[in-house]
Ligand binder design. Structure first.
Ligand SMILES: [Zn+2]
Length: 215
């Protein structure tokens, strides 16, 4: 692991969220590798576990997972993406905002977001681009991460299993790559880029890296 630099700075992550308008489903707690005081062993175990694909037709467990992920995602104004393991569900399922990142408002956010089930990146293009990312599961921390600027994704995009085959560019491509990483138990702290954290998180983040990123 390369040395990491710790500097206090304001979070630069792009945020989103708001209440969903689908039928009321459970808003779940977002799991984190640590809180301000200590590492979260149980959450880490779930966040690190590889998530499973479920075949069509989706069963009741999968449909509930899709609805809970959507609801929790829309409820978090501080997120542009959320993956199922972040709410304690090890299924291959992500919610992402893919358009109009600068436009505020709950309804707009809902319209600009998608659910991707069993997402697979089938093609990558362009030179890797570095950018700082934040993650709800790594509170307080930003990490510089290299991502492809263009990807092609195959997935299902609703609970009935409607097929999607689509190209995503730039920030949308970045968000999707970040969320698919979660499905493989990978988080931004696993990348080798510089890490930035405010002072109150220095000790716990340092102990995370002293534990080699696992518990
Ligand atoms: Zn994340």
């Amino acid at each position: 692991m390369q040395p990491r630099i710790f500097l206090p700075r304001q979070s630069t992550a792009v945020r989103m969220g708001g209440k969903g308008t689908r039928k009321a489903m459970a808003v779940r707690r977002v799991l984190t590798l640590w809180n301000e005081g200590e590492l979260n062993g149980e959450d880490t175990r779930i966040l690190r576990a590889p998530s499973l694909e479920k075949p069509l037709p989706f069963d009741a467990e999968m449909i509930e997972a899709i609805r809970d992920l959507w609801e929790t995602f829309l409820d978090r104004e501080d997120s542009v993406g959320l993956a199922a393991p972040q709410i304690g569900i090890n299924l291959r399922l992500i919610a992402v905002r893919t358009r109009n990142f600068d436009v505020k408002g709950r309804e707009q956010r809902r319209l600009d977001s998608e659910i991707l089930v069993n997402p697979r990146i089938t093609q990558t293009r362009g030179d890797l681009v570095n950018m700082e990312e934040g993650c709800l599961s790594c509170p307080g921390v930003n990490v510089e991460v290299s991502r492809f600027p263009e990807i092609k994704v195959r997935a299902f995009d609703d609970e009935k299993g409607k097929k999607l085959n689509k190209r995503y560019l730039d920030f949308a491509a970045r968000v999707i790559q970040h969320e698919i990483d979660h499905l493989d138990g990978k988080l931004i702290v696993d990348y080798e880029g510089p890490v930035y954290a405010p002072k109150k998180y220095h000790n716990v983040v340092q102990s995370f890296f002293d534990n080699s990123g696992s518990l």
